[in-house]
Design a protein around this ligand. Structure first.
Ligand code: HEC
Ligand code: HEC
Ligand code: HEC
Ligand code: HEC
Ligand code: HEC
Ligand code: HEC
Ligand code: HEC
Ligand code: HEC
Ligand code: HEC
Ligand code: HEC
Ligand code: HEC
Length: 418
């Protein structure tokens, strides 16, 4: 607030009682209002409870009614302008006016959410006050008044009204509601604008949104600091920093509103789901070609003991992340990598204590036939020949058997008849 606004506030605090009482004469008296407008429902709507206003942040300061209802200085009122907060909160107003909630919406030509939609009108409280409509622990309820309301959102052509519910079932939502944990991610931590916080909310596709792809890692990283640093040091983080459109960010692996604890079977990174999460990219042919990555990671994993056991529900075996790590993933050529030959004894040893030096020589992802070493190739061909031979033998036996039944037996019967 600028000094001029403060001086008006200061002056108003002295003049206040007179103004407030004047308006309250009618607006705090339901009977008088009903007589004036001749309709009890309208009178109800026009009623202002003086106690509510006096308990609000503005009422406590003794601000007169006319600080928001400008040009309303007598009765009959005539042309009534909408309440205006901008004189004192110009900075908030400016930011809001260029956000998705303040810009006139193409469908309605009005602002989707006004100051009062989020803050209330006569019961505005400080943000840190539990009674505030934007109090941190209950703020989502205010967002939900619209974003969970199908009729209200349909006016703006929005059909997705499940987001708040999805959030409430996530690790963040449950920690907020069940544990009362104020430091978890709430709607406005993720959706704020780079400037102006909640007043700068915009579509995720806009570069100013903190959830725009370019900003996701930094935004999640304001709380998950250690993981952000690991991620930035890994191959995915490096590719992301270089502007690769294919590198995974936090939400590609964890989802956004539905983020779950790693230990939850619903989590996208639960042991049985990791394979699918990594494969969403690593099974894409054009991606592997573009980055020169080996293909077939999923099938060559699923063919191993670990893969078979994992699919059958044994959670303690290795999944992609057990060997590669989750955030600081590095190529096997990098000496710091958990899958660098020199580090395999340690990586495998975390589950196989005392595993020998020989692990580096074995292929961990079952290789394709082309890649398999000589002996394995020999064994494979031996089995191919064995199987083919067995099948051929069976076919010959059946043929001979049929021949005996139809030809030899028939000839014998023929001989007897003659
Ligand atoms: C003599 C009674 C009376 C007094 C005094 C009075 N009002 Fe009103 N006000 C009304 C009535 C009646 C209406 C309904 C509309 C109309 O008839 O103009 C109304 C309407 C309004 C509205 C518009 C509500 C809406 O959205 O339709 C606002 C805002 C308002 N008054 C604020 C004030 C303020 C602020 C003051 C003090 C500066 C004040 N009124 C003083 C009787 C009064
Ligand atoms: C902090 C700003 C602010 C102050 C101060 C304020 N109002 Fe309001 N008032 C609003 C807002 C916001 C609305 C919602 C409608 C709108 O946006 O115009 C509203 C609505 C109204 C309405 C219409 C009824 C309704 O709820 O829609 C009346 C009548 C009214 N105010 C009277 C008063 C009176 C009387 C006072 C003084 C006791 C007062 N206002 C003080 C912001 C204010
Ligand atoms: C979409 C909901 C929403 C709308 C619309 C909105 N606000 Fe806010 N406002 C908030 C939230 C949430 C906070 C808490 C601070 C934050 O997270 O940025 C806040 C904080 C504030 C504060 C406290 C100072 C600050 O910036 O932290 C003021 C003053 C304020 N808003 C005024 C306004 C005014 C004036 C308007 C209309 C021009 C408005 N707000 C519109 C949600 C909203
Ligand atoms: C005449 C000036 C004036 C007008 C008009 C006004 N306010 Fe305020 N508002 C104040 C003052 C003064 C404070 C107390 C600020 C402080 O102590 O930092 C305040 C506090 C607030 C706060 C709490 C800020 C915090 O730090 O938590 C919110 C939210 C707020 N106003 C919203 C509104 C909204 C919404 C409107 C319009 C409906 C409005 N104000 C109209 C002067 C005004
Ligand atoms: C008064 C109703 C209302 C309130 C309250 C409200 N919003 Fe909105 N919001 C809308 C509408 C309407 C849109 C525009 C939808 C569209 O065009 O797709 C929107 C757009 C958005 C968008 C961009 C959506 C998109 O589809 O691109 C985000 C993000 C958002 N709101 C978050 C919030 C958060 C967080 C809160 C609570 C702090 C909140 N909103 C409070 C009505 C509201
Ligand atoms: C952990 C971060 C996070 C939290 C917390 C979060 N969101 Fe989102 N939200 C996202 C991301 C990322 C997207 C974009 C992906 C999508 O469209 O689903 C998104 C999309 C949206 C959209 C559609 C925006 C668009 O441009 O398509 C709306 C509306 C929305 N969220 C509202 C909310 C509301 C309301 C809350 C609080 C109940 C909330 N979000 C909590 C991360 C978050
Ligand atoms: C390539 C996929 C991927 C990316 C990108 C990713 N994660 Fe993870 N994350 C995982 C996996 C897999 C786990 C489970 C690790 C485990 O089982 O030890 C995990 C675990 C977590 C955990 C829980 C830590 C624990 O061990 O309990 C948090 C918190 C987390 N990630 C946050 C983030 C954040 C923040 C980002 C963005 C900076 C991010 N993740 C990026 C895959 C990813
Ligand atoms: C405002 C801080 C904050 C932000 C921003 C935030 N988180 Fe969290 N997150 C937390 C806290 C605190 C917890 C722990 C909740 C608990 O233990 O109940 C958590 C838990 C998690 C977990 C579960 C870890 C586990 O226990 O297995 C994951 C995964 C996660 N967050 C991912 C993300 C992602 C992805 C983003 C960005 C889209 C994000 N977080 C943004 C604070 C935040
Ligand atoms: C959104 C797509 C995406 C997801 C999801 C993803 N990756 Fe990647 N990954 C990439 C891209 C792109 C590269 C190549 C980066 C580069 O070389 O610049 C890469 C590189 C790698 C490398 C290094 C390969 C090399 O030799 O350079 C490993 C190992 C790897 N990813 C493992 C994983 C694991 C394990 C998971 C799951 C936990 C996973 N990735 C999830 C896109 C993805
Ligand atoms: C038991 C440990 C282990 C598991 C489980 C595992 N990998 Fe690997 N991965 C390795 C080792 C060791 C290498 C390097 C030697 C090789 O290619 O066999 C490797 C190589 C890779 C590479 C090439 C990177 C490079 O720099 O050589 C990618 C990409 C990859 N794995 C992805 C995955 C994915 C995706 C999964 C899950 C479907 C997975 N891995 C499961 C150990 C594992
Ligand atoms: C997250 C833990 C974990 C990691 C890491 C891990 N394994 Fe395993 N592995 C298991 C479990 C559990 C079994 C099943 C053991 C059993 O039932 O006896 C298994 C089974 C095996 C088997 C077949 C059964 C056997 O005991 O002979 C081989 C071979 C194997 N692992 C090799 C490796 C190699 C090589 C690495 C490192 C590249 C590795 N594992 C990393 C957990 C792990």
């Amino acid at each position: 607030m600028g000094w001029w606004a403060w001086s008006v506030v200061f002056l108003a605090m002295f003049a206040a009682p007179a103004f407030g009482q004047r308006c309250a004469t009618c607006h705090a008296d339901p009977n008088l209002m009903e007589r004036l407008v001749g309709d009890s429902a309208a009178a109800m709507r026009l009623g202002v409870d003086p106690a509510t206003y006096e308990a609000s942040v503005h009422g406590r300061l003794g601000l007169p009614c006319t600080s928001c209802h400008a040009r309303l200085d007598g009765y009959p009122h005539g042309d009534i302008a909408p309440a205006d907060c901008s004189f004192c909160h110009g900075e908030e107003e400016r930011r809001w006016a260029s956000s998705i909630h303040g810009r006139p919406h193409p469908r309605t030509a009005t602002a989707p959410a006004s100051c009062a939609d989020c803050h209330g009108s006569h019961d505005v409280q400080r943000v840190g006050d539990p009674r505030s409509h934007v109090y941190r622990l209950t703020r989502f309820e205010t967002c939900a008044t619209c974003h969970s309301n199908p009729e209200r959102m349909a006016v703006f052509g929005q059909k997705d009204v499940e987001r708040v519910q999805t959030y409430l079932n996530s690790v963040h939502g449950r920690a907020l509601v069940e544990k009362g944990l104020a430091v978890v991610a709430i709607c406005t931590d993720c959706h704020a604008g780079e400037e102006g916080g909640a007043h700068g909310i915009d579509r995720v596709s806009q570069p100013t949104s903190l959830m725009n792809r370019a900003n996701v890692v930094e935004t999640c990283g304001t709380c998950h600091v250690g993981i952000r640093d690991q991620y930035n040091a890994g191959i995915h983080g490096q590719a992301f920093a270089q502007g690769s459109p294919d590198a995974p960010t936090c939400v590609d692996c964890h989802t956004e509103h539905a983020v779950q604890p790693v230990a939850s079977p619903q989590s996208s990174v639960y042991p049985t789901h990791v394979v699918q999460t990594c494969s969403a990219c690593h099974e894409r042919e054009e991606l592997n070609e573009r980055y020169g990555l080996p293909p077939g990671r999923r099938s060559t994993f699923l063919g191993t003991f670990h893969g078979i056991a994992l699919v059958s529900g044994q959670l303690t075996v290795a999944n992609c992340a057990s060997c590669h790590g989750a955030h600081a993933i590095l190529p096997s050529s990098d000496p710091r990598s958990s899958i660098h030959p020199a580090n395999l004894v340690r990586t495998c040893g975390s589950c196989h204590p005392g595993i020998g030096e020989g692990v580096a020589e074995g292929r961990i992802h079952l290789a394709s036939v082309r890649e398999i070493n000589g002996f394995a190739l020999l064994v494979q061909w031996f089995y191919y020949l064995l199987i083919a031979g067995t099948v051929l033998f069976a076919v010959v036996m059946i043929f001979l058997d049929q021949y005996r039944h139809r030809v030899v037996d028939a000839r014998r019967r023929g001989g007897r008849d003659a």
